[in-house]
Write a protein that binds this ligand. Structure first.
Ligand code: ARG
Ligand code: ASP
Length: 723
């Protein structure tokens, strides 16, 4: 009996990681509250999400659709990462006013800088609408028909659910189509830049330290939400006023220690925690290597020019950082998946599920899922590879191709929707391109084009290549395109896009840059996309059934949380170090000493500003230091992903203690497989943020807005009183 129990525990342990998960804020009470309390939380689930009263969720807006932010004053002051505000900081920068290089601080409301197009969206309310969305779906329907019906039902829910005029209804799926939730959101559109440290603080360590622990980066920037006179969303106007939040986060000055409870609240983008082992093998062996090779080439070229030319360095800083970020992440992910034996563990989970299916007599319903996964993933492999090459080359890394592709879409808009739609879209495009070409270097792009086009011809399975690529000479093609295409500078593109639809299309057809994109896109849409989409639809049907089986047949204590889908989630854990290899243990907190140890004068990644050196020498940390040291970053077991950047790290009482911005190298596979021993999120200690704002920048105006608290000291005091 005893042996049996032990065996059971042993077998059931690796099934599901005993930590991790990104949970739905409205469902914490039933699913997580007890565990959170066990970990040290002193709040209730109602303090985090409450329909009728202000709660933490009212202080955590989605920042510009891709990051998270938090409101930290009653005048709508907004904190997010430096890398989340990066392109705004860059857009206000020039060689004369280089805010990326030197930082920016508004010493009064009047000095704050508007950012047209930037948004902050609050989540007002969540409601389960699964029944309405599944209405009329039957087992007999094909996947495609189910999809159509579901979309129709979603449109109805969005239409008919109550909301205020300035709000928006959105429906998102959870558990791969097993659950649907309605979100009512409120989007503010006048978001002004308030402060940013120099990159030597906000991006200290740059790409070398990105995804790495120990880390020493002050990755923060400050914005402010502006509203109309009624505190409602409005486009930018001089008459707008600082937004008054329903809730803002008090800031704890008491710091963190190993084992402290932490909660990270934000908008994780995408995870794939329930892929079958065959899919993970494909990521490791096929998809990631292709992506990495393409970006290796693009980055080497951009880097060479950026180092040689300060103008190009500003122009390409943001683009380079974006490309380098996922390039590095994919490398870490492949390593982590391999090292954590994710494939082996998934295989174990799959055979455990298979025995459950057999034991419960569910072969009819679920018995075909795993074999079908094998079949479809084998079939989709070459299509998925071709698709990856296409996306990376045309849409992400060669600027000329991306712009020419937008022109290609213009032609489609004309074919499908007529002259007026063409007009609107063209005008829009011409306007947008002006800003893009401000940061364009023909020389850099030309070299990237040549390298990537050559990789494309070699890496894409032959049957999917456009005919013109089959015996292509990359150098000749590049020469022809960059000598003759209108897409190499703004004036000539603008000129190219002038005239009525027929005229523009005729001009496009004789442009050599457009011809390349047209060949690539035509080949992709004829030979790759239709089959890829058909297989993907079948795979997503299987994922839904697989999820259903997991929910139904897994042990009661299995932690089955929904994949990230850019909706507001709670993840929680503890401040904790980790051991990445034999005899190495990483402490969970770094200090300013570490910045000084990494300091390389004049280096573009590891330089340190003079003022910070002086503050360090004088140990002038004010109320922000701890035992004569200045804490910088810390790590915890919170399960985060892209989109969680800028998320508040919150203590047991609901106070802000840090700002999430990254994950550790050995744990970046957590989008597919969260390993509690290795997966850690990285946060900036909030005291470092305040130290920079106060002591480094002298922006006392901002410090005065904040609510600074001492929860740990308070607790000690009240304990003493009781004694
Ligand atoms: N790796 C982090 C995230 O995925 C931070 C990226 C910004 N930092 C950088 N050095 N590029 O977004
Ligand atoms: N750095 C990421 C972000 O920008 C967060 C992560 O992937 O851990 O959202």
């Amino acid at each position: 009996m005893k042996i049996f129990r032990l065996l059971f525990i042993f077998l059931s342990l690796p099934l599901f990681a005993q930590q991790g998960g990104m949970w739905i804020p409205s469902l914490l009470e039933g699913m997580n509250e007890a565990e959170m309390t066990n970990l040290g939380m002193k709040m209730t689930a109602q303090d985090i999400y409450n329909l009728n009263n202000a709660s933490l969720k009212d202080a955590v807006p989605h920042f510009n659709g891709g990051c998270t932010s938090e409101v930290i004053s009653k005048q709508g002051l907004l904190l997010t990462n430096h890398h989340c505000g990066y392109s705004q900081i860059q857009s206000h920068s020039s060689l004369e006013h280089d805010y990326l290089e030197n930082g920016f601080w508004a010493m009064s409301l009047k000095e704050e800088l508007p950012n047209p197009g930037v948004t902050a969206s609050f989540m007002v309310r969540i409601e389960d609408v699964t029944t309405q969305v599944m209405n009329g779906i039957t087992e007999a329907m094909t996947e495609a028909d189910k999809q159509i019906k579901i979309e129709e039902n979603i449109a109805n829910v969005v239409q008919s659910s109550p909301k205020e005029a300035w709000q928006e209804n959105r429906v998102r799926t959870f558990y791969e189509g097993n659950q649907y939730m309605l979100f009512v959101v409120e989007t503010y559109k006048d978001i002004r830049l308030v402060g940013a440290p120099p990159s030597s603080i906000g991006k200290f360590g740059s790409d070398t330290d990105n995804w790495i622990w120990p880390r020493h980066t002050g990755d923060f920037s400050l914005f402010r939400i502006y509203a109309d006179k009624n505190n409602r969303p409005a486009e930018y106007s001089e008459d707008n006023v600082p937004y008054t939040p329903k809730h803002f986060l008090p800031i704890s000055l008491d710091g963190v220690a190993e084992d402290d409870f932490t909660l990270v609240f934000g908008y994780p983008g995408t995870t794939d925690e329930y892929l079958p082992s065959v899919a993970i093998e494909q990521v490791i062996n096929t998809i990631n290597p292709a992506r990495i090779a393409i970006r290796d080439a693009a980055l080497a070229i951009q880097d060479k020019y950026m180092r040689a030319d300060p103008q190009i360095k500003i122009q390409y800083a943001s683009k380079f950082a974006r490309i380098a970020n996922y390039w590095k992440k994919w490398k870490g992910e492949t390593l982590g998946l391999t090292k954590s034996n994710a494939v082996g563990i998934k295989k174990q989970q799959e055979s455990a599920l298979t025995s459950q299916i057999n034991k419960k007599g569910k072969q009819q319903e679920y018995g075909q899922i795993l074999p079908q996964f094998e079949k479809y993933y084998t079939e989709i492999e070459s299509y998925a590879l071709a698709r990856e090459y296409y996306l990376e080359t045309v849409l992400r890394n060669v600027e000329l191709l991306r712009t020419a592709y937008q022109a290609y879409q213009l032609k489609q808009v004309y074919d499908n929707r007529g002259a007026q739609s063409f007009e609107d879209r063209r005008n829009n495009m011409v306007e947008r391109l002006e800003g893009q070409y401000k940061d364009y270097s023909k020389q850099v792009d030309e070299e990237v084009f040549e390298a990537l086009i050559a990789l494309y011809a070699k890496g894409v399975p032959q049957q999917f290549l456009p005919d013109s690529f089959k015996n292509m000479n990359a150098q000749q093609l590049t020469d022809k395109v960059y000598k003759n295409s209108a897409f190499v500078d703004y004036a000539s593109v603008k000129n190219l896009l002038e005239g009525d639809a027929e005229t523009v299309i005729a001009k496009l057809n004789s442009d050599p840059g457009f011809q390349v994109v047209k060949d690539m896109a035509d080949a992709y849409f004829e030979k790759v996309a239709p089959k890829y989409e058909e297989l993907e639809l079948n795979i997503s049907g299987l994922e839904r059934d697989y999820m259903k089986a997991l929910l139904e047949l897994s042990p009661k204590d299995a932690r089955i949380f929904p994949n990230a889908n850019s909706t507001l989630r709670v993840t929680y854990g503890k401040v904790a170090g980790y051991s990445p290899a034999d005899a190495i243990y990483y402490e969970p907190v770094t200090h300013l000493e570490g910045v000084m140890q990494k300091y390389v004068p004049g280096d573009y990644e590891f330089d340190v500003p003079q003022k910070l050196l002086e503050l360090y020498k004088a140990k002038d940390y004010g109320q922000y230091g701890e035992n004569g040291k200045m804490p910088i970053n810390f790590i915890g077991t919170n399960h985060t992903t892209g989109g969680n950047s800028g998320s508040p790290a919150i203590d047991a009482y609901g106070n802000l203690i840090g700002l999430n911005f990254d994950r550790v190298w050995e744990g970046t596979m957590s989008d597919y497989y969260y390993d509690p021993a290795l997966s850690r999120n990285i946060m900036v200690d909030i005291r470092y943020v305040l130290f920079i704002v106060d002591k480094y920048a002298g922006a006392k105006n901002l410090i005065d807005e904040l609510m600074l608290v001492h929860p740990k000291k308070e607790k000690r005091k009240s304990k003493n009183r009781k004694k």
